[in-house]
Design a protein around this ligand. Structure first.
Ligand code: DC
Length: 230
C-alpha cells in the first residue's frame, strides 16, 4: 500500500501530537510535530533575553542563528527529541513560558516562512503525519488526508492539566484554561496562516472519545485513504 501525506490541525490541547504519534508508530509513518519547532524558536528567544511578545525585530535579525532539528533517538516517554542548535530542549519546550512564547513567535511572518519551508521539505517524500495549525492550509496543501482534530475547550484544558500534573509538576486548572483560551485566540486571529479548518479536512471531535478510540479513528481514516491513492 502506498503511504500518503497526512495533515492534522487543530487547537491547543486537542491531543493532536499524541494521537498523531501513536498513529504514525502503528502504521510506520514519519511523525513531524511542527508545534515543537515553534516552541524551540520561543526557547531560543527566551534564552537570548528576547521577549517573544515584543522582540520580533531582534528575533528576525537572529533567525539564521536558529537551527532546529529532530534527533532520530526518542526520549524515555517516546517523545521526539528536539534539538535547538544541537542542545536537547525536549523537556524545556513543554514549559508554560515556551507554550505561550511559541504562540507569540508563530505570529511573526519571517519565523513562519523559515519553519514552513523546513516543514515542506520534511513532507516532500510523503509517508508523513504532520501536526500543527496550518499544515492542511499552508504547509502540505496537497496532503491526501487532512484531519481537523478538536475537542471542547474544557476538555482540552483538562487534558493539559492531567498531562502537566502527570509529570509531577504543580499546576492550576483555571490558569491552564486561561492559557489555552489565550493561545486559541492568538492562533486563530493572527494575520499569517491562522488556525482554521481546511475545506477538505475531516472534522474529528474527540471530546467524547478515549485516547485509544481517537487513535483508532485516525488509523482507519488513513487506511481508507491509502486504498484510493495509486
Ligand atoms: O501544537 P503546540 O501546542 O505544540 O504548538 C505551539 C504553538 O505553536 C501554538 O500555540 C501555535 C504555534 N503553531 C503554529 O502556529 N503553527 C504550527 N504549524 C504549529 C504550531
Amino acid at each position: 500500500m502506498k503511504k500518503i501525506s497526512v495533515a492534522i490541525d487543530g487547537p491547543a490541547g486537542a491531543g493532536k501530537s499524541s494521537v498523531a504519534r501513536a498513529a504514525a508508530e502503528a502504521l510506520g509513518y514519519v511523525y513531524v510535530d511542527t508545534g515543537a519547532m515553534y516552541r524551540a524558536a520561543a526557547v531560543y528567544a527566551l534564552d537570548s533575553g528576547i521577549d517573544p511578545e515584543t522582540g520580533a525585530e531582534r528575533l528576525v535579525s537572529e533567525l539564521d542563528r536558529i537551527d532546529i532539528a529532530f534527533a532520530a533517538a526518542k526520549g524515555a516517554d517516546g517523545a521526539q527529541t528536539v534539538l535547538l542548535n544541537g542542545r536537547d530542549v525536549t523537556k524545556r519546550i513543554r514549559e508554560a513560558d515556551a507554550s505561550m512564547g511559541a504562540s507569540a513567535v508563530a505570529a511573526i511572518p519571517e519565523v513562519r516562512a523559515k519553519l514552513t519551508a523546513e516543514q515542506k521539505k520534511m513532507g516532500e517524500a510523503g509517508g508523513v503525519i504532520m501536526d500543527g495549525r496550518d499544515i492542511g492550509t499552508s504547509v502540505l496543501p496537497g496532503a491526501e488526508l487532512k484531519i481537523y482534530l478538536t475537542a471542547s475547550a474544557d476538555e482540552r484544558a483538562m487534558r493539559r492539566y492531567k498531562e502537566i500534573a502527570g509529570r509531577g509538576e504543580s499546576c492550576d486548572f483555571e490558569s491552564i484554561k486561561r492559557d489555552v483560551a489565550r493561545r486559541d485566540e492568538n492562533d486563530m486571529n493572527r494575520a499569517v496562516s491562522p488556525l482554521r479548518r481546511a475545506e477538505d479536512a475531516v472534522l474529528l471531535d474527540t471530546s467524547e472519545l478515549s485516547f485509544g478510540d481517537s487513535v483508532e479513528k485516525v488509523i482507519d481514516l488513513i487506511k481508507e485513504r491509502e486504498k484510493h491513492v495509486l
